[in-house]
Design a protein around this ligand. Structure first.
Ligand code: BTN
Length: 325
């Protein structure tokens, strides 16, 4: 897509209603014939743009695809998205990003795919990744932190996804420790952080982010361990995948630049406020420790959950399944 066409889309989205050809040509610094050509090209790419004499143009609907050029034109980031790779189909964007990082790809490189046929979930699970529906994204970061601090970046991406959902829908997600995003108690997004490290520092971290955007009920695998949902199923409205992607990457950039300046503190605070266990009693199964229940006291700097049991002992929980009582 031509950059000017991307600008036209941005204007459509910033102003509700019709925009005159004259206004578009002035804003873009091109002739009205050029505006018309860009509108025609957008229509060929699946955008439904209505034209009404004496009122102008209006964007009625967008194609259900992720358009990397549109994502790029809507980025206002400084680090995230400096380089953006888009693949129609791949095995796993995390595997692609890992390989690119090993080859020296710059910090902020983003790999996006329309579909994955080997999408990886946590604990060796498979992440359902059909085409034309969701967000599958992996981001390369190279912060100067110690390996034990790397989980902080997964917490950071959970906050970025939560913010993006709130900015693009009327839904309010909750975060379930360690890093699942839920809506109405059902999983809406998953995060898979992978890293290459030495004992005294990390080479790079891959933030793998999967968000169920427009997935329909029949597209979910039958044997899911926990119930899952999509933004479409929860709101009844299709999400523009390019807009969601750029919104999420912009939030990721804001959080990451703050993380580099101010550390983990502000992210930890926001994460805790968004956590479904905030201020509540929780029950943890399969922890590998004696503690099974207590008051949620937040997260430690390595991502461990802090629980105060009835006998006033503070426990650090590093694994297990959390149920809010
Ligand atoms: C989880 O199990 O909750 C984590 C799921 C992570 C899925 C994303 S989709 C983009 C990236 N590529 C992958 O193969 N996995 C992550």
């Amino acid at each position: 897509m031509h950059a000017k066409a991307g600008n036209i889309l941005r204007l459509f989205r910033s102003e509700d209603g019709y925009i005159s050809g004259e206004h578009l040509s002035r804003e873009l610094g091109v002739s009205r014939t050029a505006v018309w050509k860009h509108i025609s090209a957008l229509r060929k790419n699946g955008y439904h743009i209505e034209a009404v004499p004496s009122r102008g143009y209006r964007l009625m609907s967008s194609p259900d695809s992720i358009d990397p050029h549109e994502v790029k034109t809507q980025l206002d980031s400084t680090i995230i998205g400096r380089r953006l790779e888009f693949l129609k189909i791949t095995i796993s964007t995390n595997a692609d990003a890992f390989r690119l990082a090993e080859e020296g790809a710059t910090e902020g490189t983003v790999v996006l795919a329309d579909a994955q046929n080997g999408g990886k979930g946590r604990r060796g699970r498979i992440w359902a990744s059909p085409a034309g529906a969701n967000l599958y994204c992996s981001v390369i970061l190279r912060p100067a932190i110690m390996p034990y601090e790397a989980p902080q970046l997964t917490f950071l991406s959970a906050v970025a996804v939560a913010r993006a959902i709130e900015l693009t829908t009327k839904l309010t997600p909750e975060i379930k420790w360690p890093n699942d995003l839920l809506i109405s108690g059902k999983k809406i997004a998953g995060l898979l952080n992978e890293m290459s490290a030495e004992t005294d520092g990390i080479n790079f971290v891959i933030l793998g982010i999967g968000v169920n955007l427009n997935m329909k009920a029949e597209q979910f695998p039958e044997n899911l361990r926990h119930p899952a949902t999509s933004l479409f199923l929860e709101s009844g409205t299709r999400v523009d995948r390019s807009i969601f992607t750029s919104t999420m990457l912009n939030e990721l950039d804001r959080l990451y630049t703050d993380f580099l300046s101010y550390g983990f503190g502000p992210i930890r605070e926001e994460w805790q406020l968004r956590c479904n266990a905030n201020g509540r009693q929780v029950f943890v199964s399969d922890t590998g420790t004696e503690c099974t229940g207590g008051l949620f006291m937040g997260i430690d700097s390595d991502g461990a959950m802090l629980l105060r049991s009835d006998d006033d002992v503070l426990h650090r929980i590093t694994c297990g399944d959390v149920r809010v009582i």
